[in-house]
Design a protein around this ligand. Structure first.
Ligand code: SF4
Length: 162
């Protein structure tokens, strides 16, 4: 199974899973595919993710995606409000840069999650909105990984030995 995903969308899913649980993934008024993608990838760490800094499989059914595959929504959590397309493109480029991954790279989800864990301090610098509680977001992310039965220390050891 393969998904084309924005890196931060995967992180959002882990944070939501860690903070609110599986039952929180319900259809959203936007019509996007967070709930279906989450149900497909959580617990399926052997799936392949193509990491992109553009509209992805979650955006595909969203009512805010234009025919040109651009997000027309606006982020009002930062002031002044900014284009969500521009904000997300920049965020995903920053995350990929921190992980030294080229846009379009395909990876096992498992490997991507371990890399994000290793670099989570740096990722947190760009992943947390100014009005969000970064510590809570980090706790939810780590709890999400733990719920997925990642044994962080064993997994890290394996990653460095690969
Ligand atoms: S980034 Fe924009 S198009 Fe994609 S899911 Fe979010 S609101 Fe919809």
């Amino acid at each position: 199974m393969k998904f084309t995903l924005r890196p931060h969308h995967i992180l959002d899913i882990i944070v939501q899973f860690g903070g609110k649980g599986m039952e929180s993934f319900q259809p959203h008024p936007y019509g996007h595919a967070v709930h279906t993608v989450a149900q497909s990838i959580l617990g399926n760490s052997n799936c392949i993710v193509k990491l992109v800094a553009e509209a992805d499989d979650i955006c595909a059914p969203c009512k805010y995606l234009s025919p040109e595959r651009k997000c027309t929504d606006v982020i009002t959590a930062v002031q002044p409000p900014v284009s969500k397309q521009d904000y997300n493109d920049r965020l995903d480029q920053q995350i990929l840069s921190i992980l030294t991954i080229e846009p379009g790279t395909e990876l096992l989800l498992d490997k991507y999650l371990k890399l994000t864990f290793i670099h989570f301090n740096d990722i947190s610098e760009v992943f947390v909105h100014p009005n969000q509680d970064g510590n809570q977001k980090a706790r939810d992310f780590l709890w999400g990984l733990q719920q997925l039965q990642y044994d962080i220390f064993n997994d890290l050891e394996k990653l460095f030995l690969e």
